[in-house]
Design a protein around this ligand. Structure first.
Ligand code: PMP
Length: 404
């Protein structure tokens, strides 16, 4: 197990103050903090070898290209993809999903069906709704229960030969539920559907093996994995990526261009038009190294302790209700204080230096299910401590006193 004092030293931001109080950063579900190793990679890139990649014969361009492609290998190894060219570097989860949704517009027919879950982030709902509008396909929804688990018997009933695509998040950002994706993938494949898993919230906590999962598409964002914003990945099985048309046209993604006809580059470049986020991609590779050095088993064990501790302590506060009580969940606690708006609680916590998220967490259907405007969400990372949870609990008590 790691030493938490050493880990915290890697994150310069954790020693800053907010409103004169030590920062307690519990908004990791929105974005994670950045270790010095990743910051150093970014500084090194712009200080020493900033150049455009893939086309240059000069040294800087070759150095940048090597590092960028090394990052792609790191991502490939991390997710255990069979080929490096099955890893497409994108601007993040949202773009990865839109890339696949765009491609399926040419593969779906009227009356085909696509299945989504009721636990999705808007970025895993809206692109598919747009796809359905374009193609005349129907969107079907796997319902959830009060605990925040998906109802698998209902999923089984929705599947049919008409189902062409299933897309579900690995972990819900609003509630922390870990979805049974292995089952979802297997069942989807039995009816011939492709399955996309949104791993944005899972990848900070879990190391997914895309071959073992036999998933068709898996997407994630670097900024939730201690990497920078504006970069992410799409894993796609080679066979699917070959079938999908390019997402954007431009430089880098072509083999040959004439005014009569353009032929496209091979994978992965077919999906990587224009100058990418070169520095971001390289720093994503460093972030993956950083997390693997700590070890995902260590991260899971430690975060589970934080989750259990925080759940117990918060539930001791009278009138506090936690939404999302699945037995399979990660270190996310969504809660409300009876009769008090989550925004007001969040504002008081901020004054105490505590960063939490308030609102619908881009998951309005979940809020509609519980008939609430939103929640206060505390989401923990491996660099958080029990002492910080104590500060949160005292802060919530104070907010309750001030707002009741
Ligand atoms: N899906 C889930 C489950 C998420 O939590 C998020 C980010 N909150 C996204 C998708 C979108 O990720 P990004 O904004 O990095 O594209």
């Amino acid at each position: 197990m790691f030493k938490i004092e050493d880990i915290r030293k890697d994150f310069p931001i954790l020693s800053r103050k907010v409103h004169g109080k030590p920062l307690v950063y519990l908004d990791n579900g929105a974005t994670s903090q950045t270790p010095i190793q990743v910051i150093n990679t970014i500084v090194d890139y712009y200080s020493n070898y900033n150049a455009n990649i893939h086309r240059g014969v000069h040294t800087l361009s070759q150095e940048a290209t090597d590092k960028y492609e090394t990052a792609r290998y790191k991502i490939q190894n991390h997710f255990n993809a069979k080929h490096a060219h099955e890893i497409i570097l994108t601007s993040g989860t949202t773009e990865s999903i839109n890339l696949v949704a765009h491609g399926f517009a040419s593969l779906l027919k009227k009356n085909d069906e696509v299945i989504v879950s009721s636990l999705e982030h808007h970025s895993n709902i809206v692109p598919w709704q747009m796809l359905c509008e374009k193609t005349g396909a129907f969107l079907k929804v796997i319902p959830m229960n009060d605990e925040g688990d998906l109802v698998m018997e209902e999923y089984d009933k929705l599947l049919s030969k008409k189902t062409k695509l299933v897309f579900v998040n690995h972990i819900s950002n609003a509630l922390g539920t870990i979805n049974p994706i292995k089952y979802i993938i297997e069942k989807g494949h039995q009816v011939g559907a492709a399955v996309l898993i949104d791993g944005a919230q899972a990848c900070p906590h879990i190391k997914p093996d895309v071959q073992e999962l036999d998933v068709d598409f898996y997407v994630a964002s670097a900024h939730k994995m201690c990497g920078p914003t504006g970069v992410g990945m799409l894993y796609g099985k080679e066979s699917w990526l070959k079938k999908l048309p390019p997402y954007q046209g431009g430089g880098e993604m072509i083999a040959e261009v004439t005014f009569e006809k353009t032929t496209y580059a091979n994978l992965p470049h077919k999906f990587e038009a224009g100058t990418p986020n070169i520095c971001g991609g390289i720093a994503f590779g460093t972030a993956i190294d950083y997390l693997n050095n700590i070890g995902f088993d260590n991260i899971a064990t430690y975060e589970h302790e934080l989750l259990e501790y925080a759940t117990k302590k918060l539930l001791e506060i009278e009138g506090l209700k936690i939404y999302g009580t699945s037995k399979n969940k990660t270190s996310v606690i969504s809660f409300n204080l009876n009769g008090i708006h989550p925004y007001d609680v969040g504002t008081i916590l901020d004054k105490l230096g505590i960063a939490v998220r308030t609102g619908h967490h881009c998951a309005q259907p979940i809020m509609a299910y519980y008939k609430i405007p939103g929640t206060v969400r505390a989401s923990f990372a491996f660099y958080n401590t029990k002492e910080e949870i104590d500060v949160l609990v005292e802060g919530v008590k104070k907010a309750k006193m001030m707002l009741s």
